[in-house]
Design a protein around this ligand. Structure first.
Ligand code: PMP
Length: 767
């Protein structure tokens, strides 16, 4: 890079300032020089491209003066005016770039980073000093302080896309982890913390010491209005770099700070994720700069430290780190109410049957959910790409508040009149096409499917049921009888009931009819007609998941349901679609998955996402079917089904889906994810197929793309490896070789980018 020539600087110093002496370059990424005059006076000459506006330079100046005049005894560099009284001078470098030069009085002291191993006294002094700076800068205002820049600790996530520039997988993973922690635990808390003008860069070069005293502060160039605690977080990041035990050292600084400016629990809770965020920011900026000019050594001087610090900090659990940081304050983290994981596991075995399974080789234990994150007891966030029940995000505040409000007011049952029931039924039916207009509310998907079968049987006066191969519809006796996934699976007794007829799953990838076009759809639909004829018994119902999920995240080919429904209705049967997994905007283009195929079922079954975790099941059907059911004479009553609390929650879920634009987000993010995953197929032979609609996605792993030999063990290894990266997905399909993605609709593009990269790395490891 072209630098200003020493002759040019000497010339400016002589002409503008009347100064002369020996010039030497100072370390650091900025172009700074030290001038020592013959009489031994020292000055710092700061050169900067003419890109900062005057207001920002004024902000720096005001901040420095505020400290200088505060009586804290901390020296800051005073600006030496030119002979004509200007605070700076502009000049043109040989390459034509206009630069600004400022001359500052030299501040005595040694930078923290070169002053040797810090003593406890020095740590205590710096803690108190940063707290005093917080008070001092807290007293100033400046119109230019409300700005952002590339080091703004509240805007770290804006660098996330640059993780792609980090080629080394282990390092990229470290950054992903730091960013996820920052996004999940720091960001949501920052908005509520006290704010003020902060220095913005209290690093080991800018904090000067003399012995154990903090003598001065340099470089106010990153000054901005921010959560006050950010200055402490930045200082902890750099001042503990070289410590053998960085968190213990940080705790001493925090304790001393707290003695002067008492911290709240929330401020301490953000420290560790902010430190990790700052380090991620640092290595990401280095990666961005490397693309611009890999030879500019000054840009990369601190990078090795940042990597080492990132490795060391991320080896500590966030909850442990936070408890540690509180150690020298009178504050304490709430005592962990959680028994150790192994103890919990043993306890569970004692109290429950082994039929109750756990996901993953190493089961996970969660203590909190928020948005797309599930937090384990050690404070680590896990990104949930899997649990579709938390449709609008874990513990969505709007949904929680709706439930709490209604719970406080009234909770009763459908034998009384209350507005919430009809209001909710109206809202739900407004999302459905006619003639689906009559609602029944229950408490689970299983109950809803049971009721759907009763409705169909009462309406038709028949008993037989057609079901898709590998289907699952619920855990009751009747539903196990109609679920091949269960009766053909482990512990199943095969098809025990002659009234159950299994039709092929309309799988355009692995099944008898290949492709997603109408030809395949009609061929699969005609199989339904063939089986109806072969059954030689009248049928009551055809039941299917609109997009078979347990069956392997299947998207039926075009025309399938139109054809199948025609055969069923011609035979006098009723068409039931189970949208327990796929409804409520997940498929992106439509609110209901059956709209993808332009059909309308006679009965639709709803569950899982409907209450965002609150147990609700619903059946919506035609007036004719509902009337047949009523005419049969038996009362329908579910104690909890349709209670006002459930209705209030159901309505809040519908509100959030609409107001947060989640259906559209599912479409956009789903497309982004599938495109990214499909792009991996060229490098990873294991991926046989990537399919889906919106945020309902399947990645089918095969050992051979011609024979389609299922890569079952690889799929299991992959979800466990992703789990270790704190990304949650599961497997499904008849061979358990399909990775299924169907998480909360609030996962972000950043999460998706990270997920795609993680799949890439995991597959490379497997191959
Ligand atoms: N239908 C489908 C398609 C399901 O996936 C499930 C649950 N996995 C059910 C019904 C049963 O729902 P629940 O567990 O709420 O009874």
């Amino acid at each position: 890079m072209t630098r200003t020539t020493p002759t040019q600087i000497t010339g400016i110093l002589a002409d503008q300032y009347g100064l002369a002496g020996a010039l030497s370059r100072l370390p650091g990424e900025n172009e700074n020089y030290l001038l020592t005059t013959e009489r031994g006076m020292r000055y710092v000459i700061k050169l900067a491209p003419d890109e900062h506006t005057d207001d920002v330079l004024d902000l720096e100046q005001v901040a420095a003066e505020t400290i200088a005049t505060s009586g804290t005894g901390i020296a800051v560099p005073a600006v030496i005016p030119t002979r004509r009284g200007s605070l700076e001078t502009r000049f043109e470098r040989p390459d034509g770039v206009v630069f600004r030069a400022r001359v500052l009085a030299y501040v005595p002291g040694v930078p923290w980073g070169t002053a040797g191993v810090p003593t406890p006294q020095r740590r205590a002094r710096v803690g108190r000093c940063i707290a005093r700076i917080a008070y001092t800068l807290g007293s100033m205002t400046h119109p230019s302080a409300r700005r952002t820049h590339q080091w703004d600790l509240t805007a770290v996530a804006s660098h996330r896309s640059s993780t792609a520039l980090i080629g080394e997988p282990v390092r990229r993973r470290l950054v992903d982890e730091a960013l996820t922690l920052y996004v999940a635990t720091a960001l949501p808390r920052l908005a509520g913390l006290p704010r003020s003008v902060i220095h913005g860069d209290l690093n080991d070069e800018n904090v000067l010491v003399e012995g154990d005293e903090i003598s001065g502060l340099l470089d106010f160039g990153d000054c901005l209005h921010n959560p006050t605690v950010c200055d402490l977080a930045i200082a902890l990041t750099y001042l503990t770099f070289e410590e053998p035990d960085p968190i213990a050292a940080a705790a001493e600084i925090v304790g001393a700070y707290h003695g002067v400016r008492p911290l709240s629990v929330a401020e301490i809770e953000v420290l560790f994720p902010l430190i990790c965020g700052r380090l991620a920011n640092s290595v990401l900026i280095a990666a961005e700069r490397r693309r611009i000019d890999p030879h500019r050594a000054a840009w990369f001087e601190t990078e090795p430290h940042a990597w080492r610090a990132l490795e060391r900090f991320l080896a500590i659990d966030p909850a442990t780190a936070t408890a540690w940081l509180m150690e020298d304050t009178e504050l304490s983290p709430p005592p962990s109410p959680f028994a150790p994981r192994t103890q919990l596991l043993a306890h569970r075995r004692q109290r429950f049957s082994d039929a109750l399974s756990l996901s993953y080789h190493e089961p996970l234990r969660f203590v909190q959910g928020r948005g797309q994150f599930l937090f384990d007891n050690r404070g680590w966030p896990h990104v949930d790409f899997y649990n579709n029940v938390a449709h609008v995000g874990h513990s969505h505040p709007r949904v929680v508040a709706a439930g709490r409000r209604q719970m406080e007011r009234l909770n009763t049952n459908t034998r009384y009149l209350y507005d919430e029931l009809t209001e909710y039924a109206d809202r739900l039916c407004a999302t459905l096409p006619p003639p689906l207009e009559c609602c029944f509310f229950v408490n689970s998907g299983s109950e809803a499917n049971e009721l759907a079968l009763r409705l169909a049987r009462t309406h038709t006066g028949q008993h037989d049921v057609l079901v898709l191969d590998h289907a699952y519809h619920g855990h009751t006796t009747t539903l196990i009888d109609i679920s091949p996934y269960k009766f053909m699976g482990k512990g199943g007794e095969g098809r025990a009931k002659p009234w159950v007829h299994v039709v092929p799953i309309p799988d355009g990838y692995r099944g008898a009819h290949k492709g997603m076009d109408r030809r395949a759809g009609v061929a699969y639909g005609d199989e339904v007609g063939r089986i109806i004829r072969a059954a030689d018994r009248p049928i009551a119902a055809f039941i299917a998941e609109t997009l078979p999920s347990v069956g392997g995240q299947i998207i039926p080919p075009e025309g399938y349901f139109e054809t199948a429904f025609r055969h069923v209705r011609d035979a006098g049967g009723v068409c039931i679609l189970d949208e327990v997994q796929v409804g409520f905007g997940r498929v992106g283009t439509h609110f209901w998955a059956f709209e993808l195929q332009q059909v309308v079922p006679d009965i639709v079954v709803l569950g899982k996402p409907i209450g965002n975790g609150h147990p609700i099941g619903a059946v919506v059907t035609t007036r004719a079917i509902a009337d047949s059911f009523a005419r049969a004479g038996m009362e329908f009553f579910s104690t909890f089904g349709g209670n006002p609390v459930s209705c209030a929650i159901g309505m809040a879920v519908l509100d959030v889906i609409r107001e947060e634009g989640l259906q559209r987000h599912a479409l956009e993010l789903g497309t982004y994810l599938r495109d990214g995953l499909r792009a991996l197929m060229t490098t990873h032979r294991l991926i046989g197929d990537v399919r889906g609609a919106g945020l309902f996605i399947g990645i089918e792993l095969v050992r051979d793309r011609d024979t389609l030999e299922p890569a079952t063990d690889e799929a299991a290894a992959m979800i466990n490896a992703l789990r270790d990266r704190r990304l949650l997905v599961g497997t499904d399909g008849p061979f358990e070789n399909v990775i299924k993605i169907k998480g909360p609709l609030v996962v972000t593009e950043d999460d998706a980018t990270m997920f795609i990269a993680a799949v890439d790395h995991t597959l490379s490891d497997l191959e």
